[in-house]
Design a protein. Structure first.
Length: 324
């Protein structure tokens, strides 16, 4: 570490000299631009790459049995251009797999195609879609899925249950996009500064979005069980208990996300305290379940397990606020 004095020259101008070795090593010269980036703690970062044009990362894939996994992996790693090159003609089956894979990924399209090569280009930049906005979209989608999965079960609405299951594809798309944004920010400090995230925040958000994806999976599980229970003969009391528990846990998830996005420690603690108060409600539900017919008891128990898991994932989200 070097310490240099600030010098004043003329009216209100302050100067500080740069290390000669650093300037020479980076090939800087008089007239070049340096970006000054101020951090929240008051420190300033000098970025000598200010004038550099955006670099598009490119990956080349050789077709194989795992082509879908390879494309997804390159997308998640932040590659902008993905080339699938084959020594032979690309078969119609392989092309169909590539198309189905790209349709599961937001912002990626085929831009060039020949007999033995297909070029995919990701047309969405991480700094265009704010990370917080993507996270909020995933939260609201999974929250709605949970609520409608319970509604479909109580009202025997099988079309609504199917709709919940279908929306899991949308959650996956947003999840992949979010992971791509996080990884890109971790690999490029300039991008991280531009979108306002730190490495620690990136790691936390990566775990949060996984919890949200798990909430979506729990909702899908409830919807699938609903489709298996064509003859839902639950007592009115049991139905009300399930609705009540679900509403409490939906509120838990919503408050956990508010606490995270607002960095509200008090609200996060409130989420954890409220989870403890749900013990009595859960016990009442389990006691009422024992009165139901044995042939559906196991299925209902699985639904209750899915609801409780959502509460656990919500608490996990709140804990990230408390850890800071």
């Amino acid at each position: 570490m070097e310490v240099r004095k600030i010098q004043k020259t003329g009216g209100n101008t302050y100067l500080i000299s740069l290390p000669k070795e650093w300037v020479s090593r980076l090939g800087l010269k008089q007239g070049d631009h340096l970006a000054l980036i101020e951090k929240k703690d008051g420190t300033i970062v000098l970025d000598p790459r200010y004038d550099e044009r955006e670099v598009h990362r490119e990956a080349v894939i050789t077709p194989n049995s795992n082509i879908a996994i390879d494309i997804t992996a390159k997308y998640l790693s932040g590659y902008d251009i993905i080339k699938i090159k084959s020594a032979n003609r690309i078969s119609s089956e392989l092309r169909d797999t590539i198309i189905k894979t790209k349709e599961r990924l937001i912002g990626i399209e085929i831009v060039e195609e020949s007999a033995n090569e297909i070029i995919l280009n990701c047309l969405i930049s991480p700094d265009i879609v704010p990370i917080d906005k993507t996270l909020r979209r995933i939260h609201l989608l999974t929250l709605r899925m949970h609520e409608e999965a319970i509604k479909s079960f109580i009202e025997r609405d099988f079309e609504l249950a199917k709709n919940v299951i279908e929306r899991d594809d949308e959650v996956d798309k947003l999840y992949f996009l979010f992971v791509r944004e996080i990884r890109s920010a971790l690999q490029d400090p300039r991008l991280a500064d531009k979108i306002g995230v730190t490495p620690i925040k990136c790691l936390d958000y990566r775990m949060v979005v996984k919890s949200l994806e798990n909430i979506g999976d729990a909702a899908v599980k409830i919807a699938r069980i609903t489709l298996e229970l064509a003859n839902n003969k639950l007592s009115n009391m049991m139905q009300q208990y399930i609705i009540n528990l679900s509403q409490h846990i939906s509120e838990l998830q919503d408050k956990a996300m508010q606490a995270l996005l607002k960095e509200d420690l008090i609200l996060a603690i409130n989420v954890m305290d409220k989870r403890k108060t749900l013990t009595d409600i859960i016990e009442n539900v389990n006691n009422e379940l024992m009165k139901e017919e044995s042939d559906i008891r196991v299925k209902i128990d699985s639904i209750l397990d899915g609801i409780e898991r959502i509460s656990d994932y919500s608490v996990d989200i709140a804990e990230f606020v408390i850890r800071h």
